[in-house]
Design a protein around this ligand. Structure first.
Ligand code: URP
Ligand code: ZN
Ligand code: ZN
Length: 411
């Protein structure tokens, strides 16, 4: 099959003070290759006050010479000053940085509604795509403070601090803003039926709204966060895993084309680590547990086994959801995402009958756990080739790091 393309990955991204992401570009792309991927798209986070160019230079310095797969960077805009929106961003889009993530929540990342509209408008004019993290900041803050007052502070209550209506409301708002501005948008990491239906309705009205979902919304639920002690922290991500009806809705969205990409949202923090899931204040409240879970290597095996293996999707849809659609949506097609004369020879050889029980030691990432420990899958990548050269055979990568930063075309 065409090598996997994972268009939603966080590597070496700075977080709250004292918190360290578990994967560098080296360990993250190594694990990606183990999981059958040949291209990943990590985020380049603009720190407040930082120029976008400086942010890109910082990430390029982290990535150069260290990648087992090819990469292309999305921008995250946290500080949309007139200089950033008027000059830097248009110039960078023209150079191929054609996708921009914005956040509707998180203290340090969220944009005000007025700023979201402004970013969408630059994207419209310059032909870029805005990816939206759709959860409402004020509602989360309100619920978090109420839960804390009630003493409901264990990792499990992370889910209760951002229930489905919080995501549905923000999804509706993001779609409305894209409509008001007259542009497209990608709603990322959709976790439930109500948000999926918002996207479906927009698509049925002819709006060009795109959707993404992730493995955690297919095979995890809120019950996973309800484990003894801090164990539940291993599953804390945003939006949180939901319930069985949400899982069914995410499958529906994949089967019916409401979601066009299936990404990992790999965002790894070590568990046995004060710089990770056991952050010092995490015992006092879920709000201090870093959000995000690893999944770069397990994305394709989970979709193959649960999707193709169980008759929910066919092999062509599997390839579209894990590779081709990512290349098309993010300006990499036909160099990537297809097996064709003239395209890069990025391939994954898949043993469709291999039975594997997922365990962390298989994955070769920088984390110290996988949320999918013990999950039995049928089908596993046995060889990954990047531009014709083998970069992974039977779960070994060697030390060759020939991944390059890719040039992307306009959206
Ligand atoms: O919990 C998550 N998903 N953290 C990663 C950052 C994001 O919102 O994608
Ligand atoms: Zn997000
Ligand atoms: Zn993410």
């Amino acid at each position: 099959m065409p090598g996997g393309i994972d268009s939603h990955v966080h590597l070496d991204q700075p977080g709250a003070p004292g918190i360290v992401m578990a994967d560098t570009f080296e360990t993250g792309t190594r694990s990606a290759a183990i999981g059958g991927n040949t291209t990943v798209l990590p985020f380049c986070l603009q720190q407040k006050g930082q120029s976008l160019r400086q942010a890109i230079a910082d990430y390029q310095a982290k990535a150069n010479g260290n990648c087992y797969t090819d990469i292309a960077l999305h921008l995250i805009i946290t500080d949309p000053t007139p200089q950033v929106l008027g000059q830097e961003l248009p110039a960078l889009i023209a150079e191929g940085y054609t996708s921009i993530k914005i956040f509707m929540t998180y203290d340090d990342l969220k944009l005000a509604d007025r700023d979201i509209l402004a970013v969408l408008d630059v994207a419209r004019q310059q032909r870029a795509l805005v990816m939206v993290h759709a959860e409402g900041y004020d509602a989360i803050r309100f619920l978090t403070e109420r839960l804390e007052r009630e003493g409901r502070t264990a990792p499990f209550f992370h889910g209760a601090s951002r229930p489905i209506p919080v995501e549905r409301e923000a999804t509706h708002r993001a779609i409305s803003f894209a409509e008001i501005v007259g542009t497209e948008a990608m709603i990322v990491h959709v976790s439930n039926r109500q948000a999926m239906e918002e996207i479906r309705r927009a698509q049925q009205r002819g709006l060009r709204i795109h959707g993404e979902t992730c493995p955690q919304y297919l095979v995890l639920t809120e019950a996973d966060m309800d484990r003894p002690g801090m164990e539940g922290a291993k599953y804390v991500c945003s939006p949180p895993p939901r319930d069985s009806d949400s899982q069914a809705a995410c499958w529906e969205g994949l089967q019916q084309g409401v979601f066009e990409v299936f990404s990992s949202d790999h965002c790894p923090y070590r568990y046995e680590d004060e710089a990770g899931k056991k952050a010092p204040d995490g015992n006092n409240s879920f709000r201090y547990v870093p959000n995000g879970i690893p999944g770069i290597a397990t994305r394709m095996p989970i979709l193959f086994s649960e999707g193709v293996g169980k008759g929910r999707i066919d092999l062509n849809r599997f390839v579209a959801l894990t590779s081709t659609n990512h290349a098309k949506r993010y300006g990499l097609y036909p160099q990537k995402g297809t097996i064709a004369v003239g395209s890069d020879a990025d391939l994954v050889l898949w043993d469709a009958t291999r039975d594997v029980v997922i365990t962390h030691s298989l994955l070769k990432d920088g984390c110290d756990y996988t949320p999918y420990e013990g999950l039995a899958v049928r089908g596993w990548p046995v060889r990954t080739l990047l531009r014709g050269v083998t970069v992974m055979t039977d779960a070994e990568t060697g030390s060759r790091r020939s991944g390059m930063e890719l040039q992307r075309s306009l959206f």
